[in-house]
Structures are given as structure tokens and as C-alpha cells.
Design a protein around this ligand. Structure first.
Ligand SMILES: [Zn+2]
Length: 253
């Protein structure tokens, strides 16, 4: 939700924020633009995963009725990727933000305010990175990304030349300059159509097991399983199962 057109502060994406209802409408608009683009490209089914906070941001009645909507938080390690399986042909990320610590980014963070950095096998990952790894477990490529300029650049650094729309860019410390929601939706509709048509060119994003997670946090949480703490503020966990690594991340973040 942080990477939607016009969003600039935390209150824009918080249920008690003054403009939250407005941004729920914009979220549905970008979602429906992506759905329309996918169907124009020949998709036979679309599943939407509401992935922000408590995951009840999209008003179900606002979503294109051709799509299925998965809403509500789960305890499953797939989390933001809940619902994906081997039957999917492509994944599309919209409304995304850059990882914690990214300069010139809007509302950059990784999962929550406690995480300083999350890496697997030496690759520092934004939420889009580990979500793409979950898609990769099912051999599903990420074919399109939308969010702020810093996020889109970050995604291309990880996934290669993925289709994308930067709906806004950071200005100074706390400002945002971007497309109108309508213009962003036009660009997302066209971009998703192109990306889904061209999905054969995109490879699933994968790292090789064993997965070595290094999690840097502001405040240490109890160690999960066989995790170790080389120094204060850092936890290391190694496992061959990516979902178990994500369980460790969720427990210690
Ligand atoms: Zn986030």
C-alpha cells in the first residue's frame, strides 16, 4: 500500500489515518488496473493477495469480480504471497516500497520498524525480494512491479529488466512527486498486459539452498530454533527450506 500513487506518509496507509479511505479506493483502482491488464493478456484466472498490515485494506466489493481476493493475515510463512502455488503463470507486485535504509525512497522499511536489514546468502532483500523467492519455489516469475522510483530500481537490481511503473519519486525528506492515480492506473494496466504477454522472458527468482539468513534488528527477539547471535542486533539462521527461514524471520524480526 505504501507504493500506491499519492501515498506519502504512514497515516495514508493506516486504518485511523485521515485519508485512509481515499487510499483504499486508489488501492482498488491500481489492483483493478492490474487485473484488467492480466485478462487482456490472456490470463484465465487472477488471485489478489491483500498484503498490507492486517491485510484487510481492499474493500472486497471494489475488486473486479473476475478475480478472487485473499484477505486477512495468516500465520503461514508465505504471508504476503499466501495463495500462490504451481498453477500460477506470473506474479505482479503493485503498491510496493523499498527496503529499510534505502535513500530517496518513500516509506522504506522491511516488514516492520525493527528490521535494519534482511539478507539471504549475502543478498540484502526488500519485501519484494523474499516474496519473489516464495514465487520462485513454485517456478513463478515476477513479471511486473509498481511502486516508488527507488523500489522499482531496487526490484530491477534483483530480478533484471522486469516491467515496471514508478508511480512517484521521493522529494527531499518526506515529500513525494508522482502521477495522478488515474495516470498511474493507465500505466499499470498497459504495463501488466505487456508483462504477462512477455512472461516467458522472465525467469523465476531463486537463490540456492542452503539458505543463510542474516537478520539485523534494532531490538533483539528470542532466538528461533538453531539460530545464533554472533553479536547484539544480529541473528543468523541456516536451513534448506526457504519457508522455514521465513518462519525464523517472522519469529525474530
Ligand atoms: Zn512493508
Amino acid at each position: 500500500m505504501e507504493g500506491l500513487a499519492g501515498v506519502v506518509t504512514g497515516s495514508d496507509v493506516s486504518a485511523n489515518g485521515r485519508d485512509y479511505e481515499h487510499f483504499r479506493t486508489i488501492m482498488a483502482g491500481e489492483t483493478n488496473a492490474a487485473i484488467e491488464g492480466a485478462f487482456r493478456a490472456g490470463a484465465t484466472a487472477v488471485l489478489v493477495r491483500d498484503s498490507h498490515g492486517g491485510k484487510q485494506n481492499l474493500r472486497p466489493g471494489d475488486v473486479d469480480p473476475r478475480a478472487m481476493l485473499l484477505r486477512g493475515a495468516t500465520a503461514d510463512p508465505k504471508n504476503m504471497m499466501e495463495g500462490i502455488d504451481d498453477t500460477f503463470g506470473a506474479a505482479v507486485f503493485i503498491g510496493y516500497h523499498a527496503k529499510a535504509g534505502t535513500p530517496e525512497a518513500i516509506l522504506a522499511h522491511t516488514s516492520n520498524g525493527n528490521v535494519i536489514d534482511f539478507s539471504i546468502n549475502g543478498v540484502s532483500l526488500p519485501e519484494a525480494g523474499y516474496n519473489a523467492l516464495v514465487a520462485g519455489l513454485h517456478d513463478v516469475p515476477v513479471v511486473f512491479v509498481a511502486g516508488d522510483r527507488a523500489f522499482v530500481d531496487q526490484a530491477r537490481g534483483l530480478f533484471g529488466p522486469v516491467e515496471g511503473v514508478a508511480v512517484k519519486q521521493a522529494v527531499g525528506d518526506g515529500g513525494s512527486l508522482g502521477l495522478s492515480p488515474a495516470a498511474a492506473q493507465d500505466a499499470i494496466r498497459a504495463g501488466v498486459e505487456k508483462a504477462v504477454r512477455g512472461r516467458a522472458a522472465m525467469k523465476p527468482y531463486k537463490l540456492s539452498p542452503p539458505y543463510r539468513m542474516v537478520l539485523k534488528v534494532r531490538k533483539d527477539k528470542p532466538l528461533y530454533g538453531h539460530a545464533t547471535r554472533p553479536q547484539a542486533g544480529e541473528a543468523v539462521f541456516v536451513h534448506d527450506d526457504l519457508l522455514e527461514v521465513l518462519n525464523a524471520f517472522n519469529a525474530m524480526k
